[in-house]
Ligand binder design. Structure first.
Ligand code: NAI
Length: 300
């Protein structure tokens, strides 16, 4: 079934270039009214400019779509509030929020200044929390919403030089793990995109040939799917170069070593404890607690 966004309103943060621009254009093509947000700074988060957002808004207008520019920083309370007020004033509702804005300050951990850490976590984590907080009650009241955060393989698995970025990106998974539960009864589905694409952020981390394959437009269908009426809830959808996959946090079945177990017992039983052949995901923390209790109650 065609996924259409007629009469739907979407905010895409960091949509002045790269992945965000691609998402914004595709939403507009599919009938959404789009708020194109971007601070317009450098990859490291310095500076600001309205040039990029204005260009994307014009591109959308040239395609016959509807879009307005917004230059707020996603970390700025007043700016984020203004973005939400502006969206409601202009379009009357907010159906979809795509938290995509991001920066990089790569350095090995020993060389990383605390400011590099806090700035990166501020933009990725707090810069997703603030817009989400502002739209949450609006979506609750209208009994409909789709929220996407953007994680990274660095958050899920790690990468050299990206302790700050990885911490922020996995924090977003933790954020959605709870939002998916709280939003469910209001028809607010929250999901996580794990993209890979050749953009200004990654162009110096990838060989030039990657540009042909790792196109932003080959990630955007994942965002469109996660924004549709039939979107899943709480899923990590990985997308890049036309390849789509789902990531999950799994836990091994475990072994009951008893209340008196020692560290040496753990060492002795490591193979069984870390055996993933019966590993399971959980939908919420209490399910994991219930599993622990169930296994503990079984006599060895
Ligand atoms: P990009 O640098 O082209 O886009 C990021 C955009 O966010 C920029 O236009 C920038 O001006 C904007 N931005 C930065 N700070 C902002 C702020 N405080 N407020 C508003 N806008 C702000 O990079 P790309 O690759 O398109 O990244 C998009 C998202 O995807 C980021 O969250 C990034 O971490 C994530 N990602 C990208 C991957 C890739 O392979 N390109 C891999 C994994 C995640």
């Amino acid at each position: 079934m065609t996924i259409s966004f007629d009469n739907k309103v979407v905010i895409v943060t960091g949509a002045g270039g790269g992945l965000g621009r691609s998402h914004a254009i595709e939403f507009a093509r599919r009938g959404a009214k789009v708020v194109v947000n971007d601070l317009g700074g450098e990859v490291d988060g310095s500076g600001s400019s309205s040039e990029a957002v204005n260009k994307v808004v014009k591109e959308i207008a040239d395609l016959g779509g509807v879009a307005i520019p917004n230059g707020a920083s996603v970390t700025d309370d007043a700016g984020v509030k203004h973005m939400i007020d502006q969206t409601i004033e202009e379009f009357g509702r907010i159906d979809i929020l795509v938290n995509n804005a991001g920066i990089l300050r790569d350095k090995s951990f020993s060389k990383m200044e605390m400011e590099d850490f806090t700035k990166v976590t501020d933009v990725h984590l707090i810069g997703s929390v603030k817009p989400t907080k502002q739209v949450w009650d609006i979506m609750k009241d209208q009994n409909y919403g789709r929220i996407i955060v953007t994680t990274s393989s660095t958050g899920l698995y790690g990468n050299f030089g990206q302790a700050n970025y990885g911490a922020a990106k996995l924090a977003l998974v933790g954020f959605v793990n709870t939002l998916k539960l709280e939003g469910q009864k209001y028809n607010i589905n929250c999901n996580i995109l794990c993209p890979v694409a050749y953009t200004r952020m990654t162009s110096n981390l990838m060989p030039p040939e990657a540009e042909q394959l790792l196109t932003p437009s080959s990630v955007t269908p994942a965002v469109i799917y996660l924004s549709g009426e039939n979107a899943p809830n709480g899923t990590i959808l990985c997308a890049g170069a036309g390849v789509y996959s789902v990531a999950k946090i799994l836990e091994s079945d475990g072994k009951n070593l008893g209340l008196k177990a020692t560290a040496e017992d753990i060492e002795k039983n490591w193979d069984k404890i870390s055996d993933f052949s019966d590993a399971k995901p959980f939908n919420m923390g209490s399910e994991q607690t219930a599993k622990v209790i169930e296994i503990a109650m079984k006599s060895e």
